[in-house]
Design a protein around this ligand. Structure first.
Ligand code: SF4
Length: 599
């Protein structure tokens, strides 16, 4: 565990000297009085006294964070603001603020981070956490430099890494600190050092979209490769790569996740919920503080709630330029900073994970919703979502499970019709195994409303399909696909798509999949990289994810995607690697506009 002990610079070890013991005496006195070392102990030291702000355990976290926010010294200190941001789960901000603190320190005060860990001190109990001394006004003798401040952050990260308990607060601090250190050391081209801190933090927060972005950018640097512009800010100062672009999604989407959590984009791309439709009313979710923050982030260019590694709009650079936007709600937001919306245009319904299959990339076993929960969700659909749907233009149903295995999903498909929802188009996502002609005949109300059917497939042969679509039958699937191909040919649906998540078990069938799609009359085949949705350990994921540069078959994967077959307009993909066949940006934008128009 003590991986950092040797890495702590000597200068920092020397900082724990007699003068620090003198400054620390009030901290020792307080610890002695309360009988334990608080998880966070901030002492505000003036010439004559020390006042304390204490968080004994993470049970007090909310109260502590509120008190820290109104502490006058907090506004003068990027360090204290960074701590507050990390404890509030605003990790991007925490990284920015810790980085800023490393570079510039505080304004009119100074923060000292002291460690008596493994050092002599007058107490009988071990001191496993750092102590935070705010000198207000700053001590005349206080000398600090960016490297000393970064070393102090390192020591803080080390101490929280090497202790146990208070996991939520500890892991949050570690994540924010690692991001700050990644930016600081990355800006000095000390990529291996930055990488070490990011790797440690990923042990605690393996799904962190920011740590993963930093890790990827550092991997590229360490391999001597270029880092895409949008990722530079994770290993250095923000280069403003996205400031001229705006993403419309947070202004128009209302996505419902399996627990009722409501999002403004795909949950893997923007995992921060804006509310919960199970417990809140639609109006309270629509312009919640979180919704406004996410909208602000696509205007200020930070995109700080977005997954920079997965979002295809970010990867392929087809976010609209601000000056080209004409849509009134977005224009008003760009010109006047208006973040509220009166209504939304799109709903992604992922409210039920029930599925007849258990694909290995998605889940470890079959999931079928329990009847009691299923009925509550069906009630929410009827009472809360149906009124909203009457004004919505696009419904995307159901990427979380199989639409035809889900009672709440079926309820929606049975209830919508042109009369109730005059402007509604529907995109259906299905694994295809239950999408039979009979199911379609049972839903005559959908005629003329279905814009697209997307079938998630992942294989072009029986062996691969049945391996990656556990419990499915290739023959049943093919029969249903032939029905859908005919339906598309007759104009019963406007688009037919098949998708393919590429990984070690199927990437050699990618070219064949393009031809397979053509043989089934599909408009598009879609290739997307494997994501870890929780069904894999990270070791398993790394072993399957050929798109990762460290994967032993990555070179073969890169060779595969150079084939011109992937540069056709009928092929969508998220390949960002040099040499990959792709459309030009203008062609990609034109295709996006043409296919996403709601007609
Ligand atoms: S993840 Fe991508 S699509 Fe989603 S809000 Fe961010 S930029 Fe837009």
């Amino acid at each position: 565990m003590a991986i950092f002990s040797k890495a702590i610079p000597k200068v920092l070890r020397r900082s724990v000297e007699a003068k620090d013991t003198l400054r620390a005496q009030p901290f020792f006195d307080r610890i002695r009085a309360i009988g334990h070392q608080p998880f966070i102990q901030i002492g505000i030291q003036s010439i004559s006294k020390t006042d304390f702000l204490i968080c004994s355990t993470q049970e007090e976290l909310v109260e502590f964070a509120d008190a820290l926010w109104i502490l006058p010294q907090r506004a003068k200190s990027p360090f204290l603001s960074g701590m507050h941001a990390a404890l509030s789960l605003e990790f991007y901000d925490a990284g920015e603020l810790f980085f800023k603190w490393c570079l510039n320190g505080d304004e009119g005060i100074s923060v000292g981070i002291f460690s008596f860990w493994n050092k002599a001190h007058p107490l009988r109990l071990p001191l496993e956490f750092p102590i935070f001394a705010i000198f207000d006004p700053p001590r005349a003798t206080q000398v600090s430099t960016p490297s000393k401040r970064a070393a102090a952050l390192t020591q803080m990260l080390t101490m929280y890494h090497e202790t146990t308990g208070n996991d939520v607060a500890r892991w949050s601090l570690i994540e924010g600190l690692a991001l700050g250190l990644s930016k600081f050391h990355g800006s000095l081209e000390e990529y291996a050092t930055a990488h070490r801190y990011v790797e440690v933090a990923l042990r605690y927060s393996p799904k962190s979209i920011h740590l993963r972005a930093a890790q990827h950018a550092l991997d590229l640097k360490l391999a001597g490769k270029d880092v895409p512009d949008r990722l530079v800010k994770f290993i250095g100062a923000d280069n403003g790569a996205l400031i001229g672009r705006v993403c419309p999604e947070p202004f128009k989407r209302f996505d419902i996740g399996p627990s009722g959590e409501t999002l403004v984009c795909c949950g893997h791309w923007v995992p921060t919920p804006i509310g919960n439709i199970m417990t809140q009313e639609v109006e309270d979710v629509l312009n919640s503080p979180a919704a406004r923050k996410i909208r602000a982030s696509v205007l200020d260019g930070s995109y700080k709630y977005c997954n920079h590694l997965e979002c295809s709009a970010l990867i392929q650079g087809y976010l609209p330029k601000k000056e080209t936007v004409t849509e009134p709600v977005l224009r008003r937001a760009i010109d006047h900073g208006k973040l509220n919306v009166d209504k939304v245009e799109q709903m992604l319904f992922a409210f039920d994970q029930s599925c007849n299959l258990s694909c290995p990339s998605c889940r470890v076993k079959t999931i079928i919703e329990k009847p009691a929960i299923r009925d509550v969700k069906t009630e929410v659909v009827t009472k809360k979502l149906m009124p909203l749907l009457s004004g919505i233009k696009l419904l995307d149903i159901n990427p979380a499970g199989e639409v035809f295995a889900s009672k709440p999903s079926r309820r929606i498909l049975e209830m919508v019709n042109r009369e109730k929802c005059p402007d509604l188009c529907i995109d259906i996502i299905s694994n295809g195994t239950l999408f039979t002609e009979k199911e379609w005949q049972n839903l005559p109300n959908l005629r003329g409303m279905v814009r697209a059917v997307r079938i998630s497939t992942d294989g072009a042969t029986k062996a691969t399909f049945e391996k990656l679509r556990r419990l499915a039958s290739w023959e049943v699937f093919l029969k249903n696909m032939r029905f859908l191909a005919g339906l598309r040919a007759r104009g019963g649906i406007k688009q037919l798509k098949m998708s393919f998540t590429y990984q070690i078990d199927n990437f050699r069938e990618m070219k064949q999949f393009v031809e397979f799609g053509k043989s089934l009359n599909v408009d598009f085949v879609i290739f997307e990289r494997l994501q870890n949705l929780g069904a894999y350990t990270w070791e398993e994921f790394r072993a399957k994810a050929v798109h990762l540069s460290a994967h032993p078959l990555h070179a073969e994967f890169l060779e595969t995607i150079r084939d011109p077959i992937f540069g056709q307009a009928a092929v969508w993909h998220d390949f960002e690697w040099e040499g990959a066949a792709r459309l030009s940006e203008s062609e990609a934008v034109a295709r996006l506009n043409a296919t996403q128009s709601i007609t």
